[in-house]
Design a protein around this ligand. Structure first.
Ligand code: ATP
Ligand code: MG
Length: 559
């Protein structure tokens, strides 16, 4: 993990802000904004942008707005708006009174467009969408001017009013900036500023028949809100000249600047909203908050905490390099946090019955630590009885010498309980092991050998008298390959085994009382979170958040 100083060094935008403030004593209060389009749920990439924008404002005593970029009525809705507000709040950020919508500015944006037309900086074009495309040229060939480019200003003004009033059908006209069809930057070849849409908007209803394009609405919304540093992702770098052109050619309330950083990509996952929507709609996952999803709501349901996501964003830094992040980074951050905070308990996912033949027909309560390093987290009682269950995997009939778990004739420690030795193996007709017979050393209460003999292996267990059935949802990576984010057949890489549902798992009785959303370390199994929706004391449901890396490394070494 990086320390604070290193974190600061890996955020170049932070340095820009610092320099701006340092070099110009009159620099206004830092204003940033997080500008989601409400066309899907937020994902971990958005978290990076949220932490950056809100983080800069916080650090430099400025403010950060939450602004919905709602200029595409067909794809946007209020369910998305609400989920986004909820997720930003959950991550620990506060926009105060400053909740804005680009649609709040539709009238201003319209007036600015009129100003551009009057300055002969914009015109109404009558070319069709395909023609505009065709006239635009390519990366190697300049574009061609539209025959309508030099239409009289008044004519453009009249047509623009007609567009606004709904006099024309979709596609009949667009408003375009008059810049340069020969520009090497395609974004500067008379970009479209407004198009006609007969669509119902989630906030302005049917009031508007024309909708501004993103590039036009975004910079002006920034200027209206007095944003000082408009931070966005690298794909907008080539749009910056247009951003500046619009601001420079209008009399705007302020002069914002755009800065770009690289998007976050997570290996074994897809991050684009378009693909996430497909996974939801096509039933690959159970909704936006499926614990495998890289959405904020999915990570939350999985058991990720706001602090772990914020820490992750700090660790990965902000650069202009194309970043692909291994999910191990995210998992490690959470594992470190939960290692510190999560209470320990025992559960058995795949139970194998063990009868301790010399143990009396009674039960006793044993003391267990809630956290091995933290006395202050206290202890709890766990019942022990003649019949217990251990993990199937923790027994091996023909075990190699280095298998430090249970095997016929070998001794193992039951965590917090006793030393037991396996004396007999019972199998079904198929030859599968169904039950073990063991003996225990009554002098070894607590797990220590009275004569100091060495017993290397320690395994977890749940007593029959205590058995409480639970469902465990074992999640794995959503995709089989590290880079599934290609254009075609990306669906083929979906990991069909990414959710394994185990019924009839056993848990300690204390776990019945665990409230929804709480995270626990199941000894030797990993960190689990009581599902925030399906868990109840009658039918407990736990999501595996992450495995215990150390345990798994050790287990595979033993094998
Ligand atoms: P997607 O491609 O997933 O639809 P988007 O950029 O269209 O993402 P917006 O809602 O427009 O999504 O994004 C809001 C803000 O979050 C923007 O400033 C955008 O740059 C930023 N953002 C989106 N995806 C990422 C990402 N993967 N990493 C960092 N920032 C991101
Ligand atoms: Mg977008």
């Amino acid at each position: 993990m990086k320390d604070e100083k290193q974190v600061a060094n890996t955020n170049f935008i932070r340095k820009i802000v610092e320099t701006d403030l340092h070099e110009n004593p009159d620099f206004p209060k830092i204003m940033t904004r997080f500008p989601p389009e409400p066309n899907g749920y937020l994902h971990i990439g958005h978290a990076k942008s949220i932490c950056l924008n809100f983080g800069l404002a916080e650090e430099f005593k400025g403010l950060c707005n939450l602004r919905f970029d709602d200029t595409n009525p067909e794809k946007e809705n209020t369910e998305y708006v609400e989920s986004i507000k909820n997720d930003v709040r959950w991550l620990g950020f506060d926009w105060g009174e400053r909740l804005y919508f680009a649609s709040d500015y539709f009238t201003d944006l319209y007036n600015f467009a009129v100003e551009l037309i009057k300055k002969d900086k914009a015109y109404v074009d009558g070319l069709s969408g395909e023609e505009i495309q065709e006239y635009r040229g390519t990366l190697t060939q300049p574009g061609k001017e539209s025959p309508w480019r030099n239409r009289a200003t008044q004519e453009s003004l009249d047509l623009f009013v007609g567009m606004k009033n709904g006099d024309f059908e979709e596609g009949k006209y667009v408003l375009r900036a008059k810049i340069d069809m020969g520009s090497p930057n395609i974004n500067m070849r008379d970009p479209v500023l407004y198009r006609i849409r007969q669509a119902h908007h989630h906030r302005t209803a049917d009031k508007w028949k024309i909708y501004p394009m993103y590039d036009y609405a975004h910079c002006l919304s920034d200027a209206i809100e007095h944003i000082t540093h408009s931070v966005c992702t690298l794909e907008f770098e080539d749009h910056r000249p247009l951003y500046d052109w619009i601001i420079d050619n209008l009399d705007t309330p302020s002069r914002p600047h755009q800065y770009e950083f690289s998007r976050l990509n997570l290996d074994y996952s897809v991050i684009s909203k378009r693909k996430l929507i497909a996974l939801v709609n096509e039933g690959f996952v159970n909704g936006w908050d499926d614990p495998r999803m890289p959405t904020i709501s999915g990570l939350r349901r999985r058991g990720y905490t706001p602090s772990s996501i914020r820490k992750f964003c700090d660790v990965i830094g902000v650069t202009k390099n194309d970043t692909r992040i291994d999910p191990v980074v995210l998992e490690t951050v959470l594992r470190d946090e939960l290692g510190d905070t999560a209470q320990r308990a025992m559960a058995v996912i795949n139970p194998l019955k063990v009868v301790i033949e010399n143990y009396p027909d009674s039960t006793e309560d044993l003391d267990a630590m809630n956290h091995p390093q933290k006395q202050e987290m206290g202890t709890r009682k766990i019942p022990f009885s003649k019949t217990i269950y251990i993990e199937h995997d923790d027994f091996m009939e023909d075990a190699p010498r280095k298998f430090f778990r249970l095997s016929l004739g070998r001794e193992v420690r039951l965590k917090y309980a006793y030393l037991i030795t396996c004396t007999d193996v019972i199998k079904n007709e198929q030859g599968e092991v169904t039950e073990l017979r063991c003996s225990y050393d009554p002098e070894s209460r607590g797990g220590n050998a009275p004569d100091g003999r060495k017993v290397k292996g320690t395994i977890h267990w749940v007593a029959e008298s205590a058995e409480v059935h639970a469902e465990m949802r074992l999640y794995d990576r959503m995709f089989k390959t590290a880079f599934p984010d290609k254009e075609d057949n990306w669906r083929d890489d979906f990991n069909q085994e990414s959710a394994v549902i185990m019924k009839n798992c056993l848990i300690e009785p204390s776990l019945k009382q665990v409230e929804k959303g709480k995270s626990i370390q199941f000894e030797r199994l990993g960190y689990f979170c009581a599902d925030s929706i399906d868990h109840s004391s009658e039918s407990p449901v736990f999501n595996r958040i992450v495995t215990l890396r150390d345990t798994w490394a050790k287990v595979s070494k033993e094998k």
